[in-house]
Design a binder for this molecule. Structure first.
Ligand code: HEC
Length: 133
């Protein structure tokens, strides 16, 4: 009885190791479709890992919490840093794209840039209304 599982186990092991060898292309989003993105669970951790060290205390963009983010006013983007329901019009999303449109360099300023999946999460969160969820 036990023997019949052995080939299956071997195949599973092969698949597992194969997936470890495949290099991840960070510029292309995975096939995952994001919906009902959570600010606390998904968006805030991205900011904490990539942005807070520069955007944590000064008066411009402050990404340490939902409230501080909503109160953020930029120099160039002014109060269009976050346009709820419209990622394309939001400065917060523009600066994450490969070619920002309004003269502010791509963020994080010193790199490494966000993965395509992380950018997608922020884009969907903005498009879904930039909720505190
Ligand atoms: C190494 C420091 C650094 C990191 C890390 C960084 N930024 Fe910035 N960011 C800056 C500086 C400096 C500016 C001002 C650039 C300018 O005006 O030319 C700026 C400007 C911005 C602006 C425009 C604000 C305005 O005044 O209109 C946005 C939006 C922004 N950053 C978002 C982010 C996000 C989101 C992250 C994380 C993914 C991030 N930044 C990471 C240094 C940083």
């Amino acid at each position: 009885m036990k023997k019949t599982y052995l080939p299956l186990l071997l195949i599973l092991l092969m698949v597992f190791f194969e997936s470890c060898l495949t290099t991840v292309d960070r510029e292309k989003p995975s096939d995952v479709e994001y919906m009902d993105v959570s600010f606390q669970g998904q968006v805030l951790p991205i900011f904490e890992n990539n942005c807070v060290r520069c955007h944590g205390s000064y008066g411009g963009l402050n990404v340490t919490s939902y409230d501080s983010l909503m109160l953020s006013i930029g120099n160039k983007w002014q109060d269009n840093i976050i346009v709820a329901g419209d990622a394309e019009s939001s400065g917060l999303y523009d600066v994450l794209t490969e070619t920002p449109q309004f003269g502010i360099p791509r963020m994080p300023l010193d790199g490494p840039y966000l993965s395509a999946d992380d950018r997608k999460i922020i884009q969907v969160w903005l498009d879904e209304g930039a909720l505190n969820n």
